[in-house]
Design a binder for this molecule. Sequence first.
Ligand code: ADP
Ligand code: ADP
Length: 232
Amino acid sequence: MISLKDVSKKFKTKQGTIIAVDDVNLDIKQGEIFGIIGYSGAGKSTMIRLLNGLEKPTAGQIIVNGKEITSINEEKLRQVRHKVSMIFQHFNLLWSRTVAENIAFPLEIAGIPKEQRKARVNELIELVGLEGRGNYYPSQLSGGQKQRVGIARALANRPEVLLCDEATSALDPETTDSILDLLVSINEKLGLTIVLITHEMQVIQKICNRVAVMEGGQVVEEGDVLKVFQNP
Ligand code: ADP
Ligand code: ADP
């Protein structure tokens, strides 16, 4: 599904060159929930930006769904981004739009006609458990409900990969659990591949099949969650 081969990303700054991602090799399989964990500065955000094509690696190859994305043009990259969707720590909702309008936004951009959009939005509202909240504004929702809107919006155009960037870090433990349960049910229902980036080990332990541990831009350990986190 997603392969990284010898991927590095360097940034040139006034202080010198920073190696944000350092020679990373990874294979993420179709339909799995894959976690990337590491402390602040480990290179996680840069990894996510590489996976959705927002950054180009300095070296190496990234293959998404059989397509090499590092050398393709902007138009083809846009098609790949369609298949790779994202949710965020602070939800990134449009605050002047209702829940339904937020979810409809990517459908509008994709040029889906109004009637079809309505039907799809209703389906998504039900999928994430926001029945009756379609006409609410984000400011009227709890954090967990806001993230449900973020998830529905991310799924609108039927992506194949969902990237989650610290998606539960702004939520309390109970709400975190309910969002993680939702991600698992979506993974099972839709067969969607989920890549989850976090600094929280409990999140990885709760839902991931496999995990990569990042430190200083490198993957220092990788494998089944149970093996990587087993007590010595
Ligand atoms: P994490 O998400 O794990 O906190 P990041 O990927 O944000 O890690 O950062 C990894 C390293 O790369 C850090 O040292 C950070 O300062 C550096 N870095 C990230 N993006 C840039 C950039 N655009 N320019 C310069 N340095 C960057
Ligand atoms: P956090 O999760 O950090 O509390 P919020 O969800 O409150 O973040 O807000 C995310 C962003 O949206 C922030 O930049 C905030 O200023 C802005 N924002 C939050 N609520 C509203 C609102 N009702 N109208 C306009 N902007 C808002």
